[in-house]
Design a protein around this ligand. Structure first.
Ligand code: AMP
Ligand code: MN
Ligand code: MN
Ligand code: MN
Length: 283
């Protein structure tokens, strides 16, 4: 039985476990092919690959790139990438610089709302000083007692309209797609049902994404309802796109699903792993 999970985070971005720990947990849970897809950083892939190899598990090099589309943040997965491809490395490095500037601004906004020391607090929560995420701010704010869990803290402070939210312009979809394709990877829109778009705007996002070179949609994800899964499966079939499956695992207690413990792709979909597993007998 194949169990393929192509969306997981480690503490190289906002996950709670090291790349090795994520790979081991997935392996223990029966995952046969795993992608590590940290936000805007590929520096965990070597370690993940090494451990997966030791365990005899297929490993897919991935990244989840923060992009902007009509003033909204969208996440683009790059799957099966060459992480050493220079334009990708340089592009991700620029995004990380932008993240750090955003973190400084978030901290100033929180200070205006009476919460001091947020930047230092978020940095203490981050394992990789190059990636400061809203999740790190959220964990700091939970520690300080501003809410009981990270989901509540997001609602209260870290989403548009709230004190600690700072709008940020990432790169365009087509720019990030260019890096992924150049790196030999497959660009996939992550959790397309999570962006709270009307059907009309969502269709426009998908139309423009396909024109920019996006080749797949994440159909099964920890972020989708069963109805959304079916809807995006239909979109994949209609648009001749690959379909992906990923838990979006961030850590024990922080994620809806453990690696690999989520529904299968609907049978009518063409799995994205066919793109790199065309050899007979492979996954
Ligand atoms: P960032 O890329 O720094 O803006 O942070 C986005 C990350 O925050 C996502 O990848 C999720 O891990 C996390 N996140 C976003 N929204 C929520 C939410 N409502 N509750 C909990 N975590 C969230
Ligand atoms: Mn995240
Ligand atoms: Mn995401
Ligand atoms: Mn993710």
């Amino acid at each position: 039985m194949k169990n393929i999970d192509l969306h997981n985070h480690s503490n190289i971005s906002d996950g709670l476990m090291t790349p090795s720990e994520v790979v081991r947990l997935a392996h223990e849970g029966g995952v046969t092919m795993l992608a590590l897809t940290d936000h805007d950083d590929v520096s965990g892939l070597q370690e993940g690959q090494r451990v997966a190899c030791e365990l005899g598990m297929d490993f897919v090099t991935g990244v989840e790139i923060s992009v902007s589309w009509r003033q909204r943040t969208i996440h683009l997965l790059g799957l099966n990438i060459d992480p050493d491809f220079l334009p990708l490395m340089n592009g991700l490095s620029l995004i990380r610089e932008g993240r750090n500037l955003r973190a400084e601004r978030m901290s100033k906004e929180l200070a205006r709302a009476g919460i001091s020391g947020a930047l230092e607090g978020a940095k203490r929560k981050a394992h990789n000083p190059n990636i400061i995420s809203r999740s790190h701010f959220a964990r700091f704010l939970v520690d300080k007692g501003y809410a009981t869990d990270t989901a509540a803290v997001f609602k209260k402070f870290l989403v548009p309209g709230k004190a600690g939210y700072v709008a940020h312009e990432w790169v365009s979809i087509s720019e990030a797609v260019g890096w992924v394709l150049g790196a030999g990877g497959i660009p996939v829109i992550a959790h397309p049902g999570r962006y709270q778009l009307s059907t009309k705007v969502l269709m426009e996002l998908l139309d423009e994404s396909v024109l920019s070179g996006v080749q797949g949609l994440e159909v099964v994800t920890g972020n989708h309802t069963a109805e959304q899964t079916e809807w995006f499966a239909d979109e994949c079939v209609r648009r001749h796109l690959f379909a992906s499956r990923g838990s979006d695992f961030h850590g024990l207690g922080e994620s809806r699903y453990l690696p690999g413990r989520l529904p299968d792709l609907p049978l009518r979909c063409t799995p994205v792993w066919q793109a790199w597993s065309s050899r007979p007998g492979s996954a």
